[in-house]
Each structure stands twice: as C-alpha cells, then as structure tokens.
Design a protein around this ligand. Structure first.
Ligand code: NCD
Ligand code: ZN
Length: 355
C-alpha cells in the first residue's frame, strides 16, 4: 500500500538565488512578497543605471533594508545578498573591494543587449574582462551568467545552447577554478552541460521553466505575462529541467528570476520580458515538485544546495507549505501602477502557511 500524499511540508527556510527587486516604489511594493517566503536573495544589479560599483551596491542595499522596514517587517526578516553588474571596464580592484565588504556575494554577466536593462553589459568577455575574471577566481566569488548569445543570426530559442559552445566552454577552460552559476537554465543542453562539466559550476532554475513550456505563451491568444528571457522552451526541455531540479544533484538550486514590470509595459506592442513570481514562488515550486512526485527533494533544491555553492550557512528558520488551494490574485498594487503575477486567476494546490 502506498503512503497517503503529505498534507504539509516543513522546510529549512529557503533562499532565492536570482531575484529582481528594482528600486523606488516598485521595490517598496515587491520586497515584502520575497521576505515572506525567503530569508535571503541574490539581488540582480540591472537597475537603470546598473549597479556597477561597490559604493552603488552598498547604497542599494540600504534602500532595500529601508524598504523592508517600511513594509513593517523586522530588520532581520530578510537579508539581501548584493551583486555587481560586470561591464567591459570593471576593474580587478573593484571586485576585491566588493568581496571585502562581506555583503556583496557575486558579479553578474549580462551579454550586452541580451535582456531587460542590459545595454551596459559586456561586449567581449574574454577580450575585455580578464582582469575582473582573474580577481573573481582568486577571491572565490561566483560569476552569475545570463547564458544567451546576442547574435541576431542565432534563433531566439537556440541562444542558450549556442552560448555554451561560444562562451561558457572557452570561459571555463581559461578560468577552471572560477565559480560559475548558469542562471535561469532553460534547455536540456544546459542541463547536460551543468551536470557533466568539470569544476565549480551550478545553475538556478525558475518555477515557470519547471511548470510551463513555450505553448503557454500562445495558449488561447498571445499571453505577455508568460514572456520572459530566456524564453520558455519545448516540453522536452521542461522535462529535463524538472529531472535536474528533482534529481538530487547539488548543482541545481532555486532562483525565481521574479522580474516585476508595470502591467502597461507587459500588455504592450513591445512587451517587456519578465514574470512576477515572488508572491507565490514556493507555491509554484511545490506544485512542480509535487507533479514530479518528488516533494522530498524540494528542501535540498530550495534551502541547501544554494548556500553550499555560495559557501554560506543554511538558514535556521523554517517555512511550512500546506496542501490547501491558493488562488493567485488577478492583479497587485505597485506604487501608482499595477502588477500582474504569473498565472493570475489560477489556483495552485499548495499554500505557504502564514506566520
Ligand atoms: C529580467 C528583468 O526584467 O530584469 N527579465 C526576464 O525576463 N528574466 C532580466 C533577466 O533576468 O533576463
Ligand atoms: Zn533575471
């Protein structure tokens, strides 16, 4: 006789290893959603202008902590883990200074033009950034990689696979001790590469890439709230990601890539890329792991593998999920704008217990 399915699931408090919090009124509106579920988050630096210096990252950190306080949460409710945005001009000393603060934990590589707010990104990684890469390797700070080529000749759906050949393999051959996180992995090629490669490599996986394939963008009409970068892929890629996330390898961990955009900029003739999932992140991940029959693997993915790769302790608190329906709101307030969460109006089988 098989055991009855679990009705509750208590995990070591999870962390989000890839998050967009933005700034100003948007930050003020969204930070509580993440803090309600996660103890820590790696905060992406793609603001306008981007966070390229230690000083800017420390100031941004203060604004995040102020927003946490303004949302009525205790100061220790949420720890932002800051990042720098790599440019062609990032100096090795800037990396060492960032590392010395103890609150900046990674550097983000955006190939120039690859995604939202990436105009200041890197044009030639191995030509222009070797000093910064050497410093990263030396201090042991991870390089977080948006792994898509920007070559317009390469089909949008192939950009991750081509990036592995053109950038990832040469980068890691030249810097074999560099810690690399392949961010928001979306393809079977990516899963195979991260699973088999030598040396310190890991990958984050979003909830939406575990739950949906590219048909979701077009189901019943064009649905802009399912549009993100890297774009959703075919079903066989989703299944490979689900296998990776639930398969027990410590190289895969949680990163929501929750990316808030005002409703009007998503529902637009040239809509922005990014899905808002911070509100219901753990509900979404629990649904995906439950569908795979592997709820027992959620804690390692959400709470253990990430800290291990970053060299940080696991959290001391817990988070409890219950098998109770969670109806995703149609729309959320965001300053003077509004924000549509992913899968708005749908109901998930799992709810985070309110504490
Ligand atoms: C992100 C954003 O909006 O900042 N968008 C997205 O589709 N994921 C940028 C990114 O992570 O690529
Ligand atoms: Zn992102």
């Amino acid at each position: 006789m098989s055991n009855p399915p679990p009705q509750t699931l208590t995990l070591i408090r999870p962390d989000d290893w890839h998050l967009h919090l933005r700034d100003g009124a948007t930050l003020g509106a969204v930070v509580k959603d993440t803090a309600r579920q996660f103890q820590r988050a790696i905060v992406m630096p793609n603001l306008r202008p981007p966070v390229t210096t230690t000083e800017q990252a420390l100031e941004y950190r203060e604004r995040i902590l102020d927003a946490v306080g303004a949302a009525g949460l205790p100061g220790d409710a949420f720890t932002p883990l800051m990042t720098l945005y790599l440019t062609d001009n990032t100096a090795a000393d800037e990396i060492r200074m960032a590392h010395g603060t103890g609150v900046i934990h990674a550097v983000k590589l955006y190939p120039a033009g690859a995604t939202t707010n990436s105009d200041a990104g890197v044009t030639d990684l191995l030509g222009r950034c070797t000093g910064a890469l050497e410093a990263l390797q030396e201090v042991g700070m991870p390089l977080l990689v948006h792994g898509e080529v920007t070559d317009p000749e390469v089909d949008l759906f192939d950009r991750e696979a081509v990036f592995i050949e053109r950038v990832m393999i040469p980068l890691r051959a030249q810097f074999p001790e560099l810690k690399v996180v392949f961010e928001h992995l979306t393809t079977k090629e990516g899963v195979d590469y991260v699973s088999e490669a030598e040396g310190p490599i890991a990958a984050t996986i979003t909830a939406h890439h575990l739950l949906y394939n590219r048909s979701a963008i077009f189901q019943g009409g064009l649905r802009p709230h399912w549009y993100c970068l890297p774009v959703l892929k075919r079903e066989r890629h989703r299944l490979a990601l689900l296998d990776a996330a639930t398969g027990g390898s410590p190289r895969f961990f949680l990163g929501t890539d929750s990316a808030p955009h005002a409703r009007g900029l998503k529902e637009h003739a040239c809509g922005c890329a990014g899905c808002y999932t911070a509100l219901h992140a753990m509900e979404l991940y629990a649904t995906a792991f439950d569908q795979a029959g592997r709820l027992d693997r959620l804690e390692a993915f959400a709470s253990v593998n990430g800290p291990a790769f970053y060299g940080l302790p696991v959290n001391t608190g817990t988070l409890t999920l219950k098998r109770e329906p969670f109806r995703i709101p149609d729309v959320l307030p965001m300053g003077t704008d509004s924000l549509v969460p992913l899968a708005a109006g749908e109901t998930l089988a799992w709810s985070v217990q309110q504490s």
